[in-house]
Design a protein around this ligand. Structure first.
Ligand code: DX5
Length: 229
């Protein structure tokens, strides 16, 4: 399993001082950022689109994950790739032709991820998992930051870790990250790490940390690394 990575979700950032907060999170050890794109249809919230991805591309050289919480994301894959995405994550529940969407992302030269809502079984990934660079397990119902971690998702995290480990023993899915998203803070990151996640999306725990984003990221990394020792 590759090393622990924190992916701050800028949904919780102060957009009036976004670059300052991104740089602080980088100082804390963040080597990627998650951009939560919401359309008000797939999820009951509207966030941002291409302009903010373009702005983030100018604000940081770190890896940008664009998490598309939108219906029919295949309509916009090229535009998010052009805007600066390094990884494009689509929801299994939002895509009728998932294999085709993953191929489209790869043809754009980007890494491909699939997100599963809490109630969606991991078996839906069975025939596509070998083609993925990332599996995102939603540990909250998507649409908002600051929600409580849903405990039953730990079982799915363990199941996907076992699936990935089994595939990698046969030479497949060897570099696929297992990412979790929603309600990740000092206590839940322990449980999620032990269950097998290696990438942790955190919005509130980073950008609403009283000591600032740098301390927020550092605290999460130190907690998870403590478990690694
Ligand atoms: C929820 C979003 C999450 C959120 C992070 O739909 O996908 O990434 O911004 O949530 P918290 O604030 O719980 O870390």
């Amino acid at each position: 399993m590759s090393k622990i990575q924190i992916s701050p979700s800028i949904l919780a950032a102060d957009f009036l001082k976004l670059q300052e907060q991104v740089q602080a999170a980088e100082r804390g050890g963040a080597n990627r950022f998650q951009l939560d794109v919401m359309d008000g249809v797939f999820v009951p919230n509207i966030s941002f689109g291409f302009p903010l991805v373009q702005a983030m591309r100018r604000a940081t050289t770190k890896l940008l994950e664009v998490h598309l919480m939108i219906v029919q994301p295949e309509r916009y894959l090229d535009k998010f790739a052009d805007a600066g995405a390094d990884i494009i994550i689509v929801h299994q529940e939002a895509v009728v032709h998932l294999d085709r969407a993953i191929q489209q992302i790869k043809q754009l030269g980007k890494k491909a991820g699939v997100a599963l809502n809490p109630a969606t079984p991991e078996l839906t990934l069975e025939y596509i998992i070998d083609q993925l660079d990332l599996v995102l397990i939603m540990t909250v119902n998507p649409g908002f930051g600051g929600q409580e971690f849903i405990g039953y998702t730990l079982k799915k995290i363990r199941a996907v870790r076992e699936l990935l480990d089994a595939r990698s023993r046969t030479g497949f899915a060897t570099n696929c990250d297992l990412e979790v998203d929603g309600g990740i803070e000092l206590h839940t990151i322990r449980a999620a790490y032990k269950a097998g996640a290696n990438v942790f999306v955190a919005g509130t725990a980073v950008f609403e940390c009283p000591e600032g984003p740098e301390a927020g990221v550092k605290g999460l990394i130190q907690t998870a690394q403590f478990l690694e020792e």
